[in-house]
Design a protein around this ligand. Sequence first.
Ligand code: BGC
Length: 384
Amino acid sequence: MKKNILLLCIIVAGFLITSSCMNNQQEKFSGNQKSNKTLMQIKREIFGTVNDTVPIYLYTLINENDMVVKLTNYGGIVTSILVPDNKHNFDDIVLGFDSLNNYLTGHPYFGAIVGRYANRIANGKFTLEGKEYTLAANNGKNHLHGGIKGFDKVVWDSKDYVDKDSVSVSLFYLSQDGEEGYPGNLSVKVIYTLTNDNELKIKYEAHTDQPTPVNLTHHSYFNLAGAGSGDILDHILMIDADMYTPVDETLIPTGELKKVKNTEMDFTTPHNIGSRIKEVEGGYDHNYVLNNGGKMAKVAELYEPHTGRVMEVFTTEPGMQFYSGNFLDGSITGKNRKIYQKHYGLCLETQHFPDSPNKPGFPSVILYPENTYGYTTIYKFSTR
Ligand code: BGC
């Protein structure tokens, strides 16, 4: 008996020493230390490689409330967000995968940074300063989310740092002149920050050497009851928008701004998403014209009644795509072998309006060399 216990102790000690050595080789930790408690920390580990050579990192950001955000420099993808419910049980509330390989083999933009142009450009064409540009038609005849290899599929340079009340990862990418058909060299910086107020802040910045359209967003599929646990139809949503941009059958805006009042599109007061979704052909996949007047303001609130989880969205952007996961169809198996069926996640993508390069009446999306593109969106989590 004693011999067995001794043997067990040796095995456990051996395991602990080996795993701590592995951590030292593969991972880097940094954090803020107050008394004996680690408050905020950030961990970097190898997530895998692209083309068998380029290392891809997985960053784990933890705040002093134990909220966790995991993200990778492949596509700037947020792979996990762990937040408590009103009984302090933590769940991962974004759809995604456990391994890098799944992200490499194709998926509907789970958690990604989308660019150079989020959403659609009609027929993959636009004219700028007298010249016509042709982009990939990767969504029927239209161009979607930056093309065949958009910013969701590129390797970003990355740097992590810890501040007094937050932890951040900065991502950098240089999109070459002509990439995916767009003009100009565009240097892009995206900073993901987790704060002690349970906010995930995303700050976007870009510069160009030629006029070019730019419209960046973040594409997490949220399910506040937990990723893979069911659909989002009983989530309660508020969107502070009196108007939206109606679309044609290929989801290109008609150019009109339409009032939401007295229609199934109206979320100005909190509404159960499922209650009117059948009245919307195909489900919600629309750009809302936000009432924020270009100022940082709360533009949406999502509430899940069973867990009490709340997510508020703040932005300066003029629009937000509300996409109710209509094209999820059970063909994707995500984290923890959960199958993602229709409406299992929803996206709230802050943005300029779809097809703006072809819609002179919409706010301009053209970035000029003398200007800086930039905005911030905050997803803030709490319970009720
Ligand atoms: C779009 C959907 C599209 C989805 C891609 C959303 O941003 O609005 O139409 O199917 O992204 O997964």
